[in-house]
Design a protein around this ligand. Structure first.
Ligand SMILES: Nc1ncnc2c1ncn2[C@@H]1O[C@H](COP(=O)(O)OP(=O)(O)OP(=O)(O)O)[C@@H](O)[C@H]1O
Length: 241
């Protein structure tokens, strides 16, 4: 579904992504780990078409994602519908007056019928156990509540792949467990899951493949999580992230 070939990205002079090549198939659950500032969020922004590579190619469903691709509204919309992005900072993602409106916004933009939208919103409120927040102002919610609403606003669009940047940050232990179960269910239902996290124990419960960055913004490892026990040094490094 996604193919990245020799991707570089630089915000200014030096690379924040350095020669990244990855293929991610539909329905895969992949974890991205690495030190702070190694490039995980930058990669997610690039996958979502928010930034474009300084060098290299990014293909989404065999189509080259470049400035020309993203300038065509139908293509950009197809990308944004297929890949739901839950940002590290929920504040950049929430802008509606109520949680209910926030969850309805995506499906409304897709032109779905009002009763379908209502059903999706109610289903997602229940799935995330946030029914009690439905009429609250998203901006006034706690950090953890905002994160759940941001995820809900993505899930109502029923994306093929969900990209989550540090989704467990700020969540209570109970909500972390709920999120893990939910991501497992979504993956079992065929949704692709890409997750950036510093928590190996949680990552192991959600993902089946692990991609590791180093401080030079390169991918150093790309392996099935079942193979991690054969790499004690890597395991130790990841446990300390
Ligand atoms: N908007 C920006 N402008 C300039 N440099 C940036 C910007 N965003 C990120 N960077 C730099 O790009 C590099 C990669 O950052 P990125 O946020 O992708 O790392 P990360 O692996 O997600 O880190 P963390 O684990 O701390 O979230 C870092 O050196 C960072 O300082």
């Amino acid at each position: 579904m996604l193919v990245l070939q020799h991707i570089h990205y630089a915000y200014s002079q030096s690379d924040s992504l350095s020669d990244i090549s990855l293929t991610i198939n539909a329905g895969e659950a992949v974890a991205f780990m690495g030190p702070n500032g190694s490039g995980k969020s930058t990669l997610f922004k690039l996958i979502n078409g928010l930034i474009q590579p300084s060098a290299g190619q990014y293909y989404f469903k065999d189509q080259l994602v470049d400035t020309r691709f993203l300038k065509k509204p139908t293509q950009a919309t197809a990308l944004h519908r297929a890949i739901g992005f839950v940002f590290q900072n929920s504040d950049v993602q929430l802008f509606n007056e109520t949680v209910r409106a926030e969850l309805a916004f995506g499906p409304e933009q897709m032109g779905l019928a009002p009763d379908v939208i209502q059903q999706r919103v109610n289903d997602c409120l229940a799935l995330l156990q946030i029914e009690k927040l439905a009429d609250r102002v998203p901006y006034q919610l706690s950090g953890g509540e905002k994160k759940l609403v941001a995820l809900g606003s993505v899930l109502t669009m029923n994306p093929e792949m969900i990209v989550l940047d540090e989704p467990f940050n700020g969540l209570s232990a109970a909500y972390q467990a709920l999120l893990i179960r939910l991501l497992q269910q979504l993956n079992a239902a065929g949704k692709g899951i890409l997750i950036a996290s510093h928590n190996l124990a949680q990552v192991k419960q959600v993902a089946k493949r692990l991609v590791v960055f180093n401080e030079n913004h390169q991918v150093t490892h790309d392996l099935p999580l079942t193979k991690l026990k054969q790499k004690p040094v890597l395991q130790q490094t990841l446990a300390l992230l």
